[in-house]
Ligand binder design. Structure first.
Ligand SMILES: *[C@@H]1O[C@H](CO)[C@@H](O)[C@H](O)[C@H]1NC(C)=O
Length: 358
């Protein structure tokens, strides 16, 4: 397997571009109520990320939101569609009575997913190369691609790439999430459409089976990555918008600890050894990531949807992602509780602390 080497520390940023787009996102009830039983890893519907949140480890799942259908009518507006928002995959049109309604979007009307962006410091690419936990994610404003691209900021080599393609649960690559949602809309009402979800960012690819040994290494590597993400955010937090004061206080202790294992290309033995020796440094990063994901609602449980921002970019890079999170849900209730999450990362029961989820 092509295990990511840890030679290059890369940070990338996933964000959805466009405030207008973000502004159109609003929460609603999930379409799916029942637990999803497909074999394919799925990304459930109905997810919205907090705007401007400084979470490096997630993509804004506005991109994955399939359930928006907000109707705000303004009778005075000349164009009835102006204030008539449609869920993803639909656009507003007026009928003969000038009444706005949402109809399936024509995929050809989706923003072009090729071309150069002169106004962003990102280069257009359809593929992002071998990555994984040797890549750190960093939040805005380090790179921004126009919607419907996801931007990946690679910090060590200081470049940013834009990726528009997405892979859906039918293992079909769509030019962008816009194209995907337009297609899904055309299947509305069918079982096939109901079961179709975005799975991950990037073109569909062959994902190697995750071997048991690799699964065991996964938390080691992810834990180290989480810690390094936090430390990097701390270092780069010049404008004080990456971490909150409370978070900074916690990370400061890690950052200033001389015994801290620096980010780098470490063997699994060293990672394991460091976890034993510097166990305390890993407690907060694990809690912090949970808090970043547990937003809709904030209830101490991660749904499939809440997990999506972390899974979607990670799946094509880290082939154990799906298995790891499945296993994390040790009681198989489709939700990962804080206790389950902490356990997955080797945090002892007595160190699981709700108050650290800040
Ligand atoms: C999904 O598609 C990719 C690319 O076409 C292919 O390599 C891979 O084997 C497919 N995976 C499955 C599970 O069919």
């Amino acid at each position: 397997m092509d295990r990511p080497t840890m030679r290059v520390w890369i940070i990338f940023l996933l964000c959805l571009a466009g405030q207008a787009f973000a502004a159109s996102i609003t929460e609603e009830q999930p379409i799916l109520d029942e637990p999803v039983v497909e074999e394919e890893p799925i990304m459930e519907e109905d997810e919205v990320m907090p705007e401007g949140g400084a979470n490096p480890v997630q993509v804004e799942t506005g991109e994955f939101d399939e359930a928006i259908e907000i109707i705000e009518e303004d009778v005075n507006a000349e164009n009835p569609c102006l204030n008539h928002h449609c869920k993803k995959g639909k656009v507003c049109e007026v009928d003969e009575e000038n009444t706005p309604m949402c109809v399936c979007q024509d995929p050809t009307s989706c923003p072009a997913s090729v071309g150069e962006f002169e106004h962003v410091s990102c280069r257009h690419r359809t593929h992002y190369s071998k990555t994984g936990f040797n890549h750190l994610y960093i939040p805005r404003p380090f790179g921004k691609c126009p919607w419907p691209f996801f931007s990946f900021y690679v910090i060590m080599s200081d470049f940013c790439i834009c990726v528009s393609q997405v892979c859906a649960t039918d293992n079909t690559t769509y030019d962008s999430s816009c194209h995907f949602f337009a297609h899904k809309c055309s299947l509305e009402g069918t079982k096939k459409g109901h079961k179709l979800h975005l799975d991950y960012i990037g073109p569909c690819k062959f994902i190697e089976p995750c071997l048991d040994a690799e699964l065991n290494e996964f938390p080691l590597r992810m834990r180290d990555w989480l810690k390094n993400v936090l430390v990097t955010l701390y270092e780069r937090d010049e404008e004080n918008n990456l971490l909150t004061e409370k978070q900074k206080l916690r990370v400061k202790k890690i950052y200033e600890n001389e015994k801290r294992l620096q980010a780098g290309d470490h063997s699994l033995d060293l990672l394991a050894h460091d976890f034993e020796k510097n166990y305390n440094m890993y407690i907060f990063p694990v809690h912090w990531q949970f808090g970043q994901l547990d937003q809709h609602p904030i209830d101490g449980f991660l749904s499939h949807t809440e997990l999506a921002p972390l899974r979607a970019p990670l799946i094509p890079m880290e082939h154990c992602t799906t298995r790891f999170f499945e296993q994390c849900d040790s009681d198989s209730d489709k939700y990962i509780a804080l206790e389950e999450w902490a356990k997955c990362f080797g945090i002892k029961d007595q160190d699981v602390d709700k108050d650290l989820v800040i």
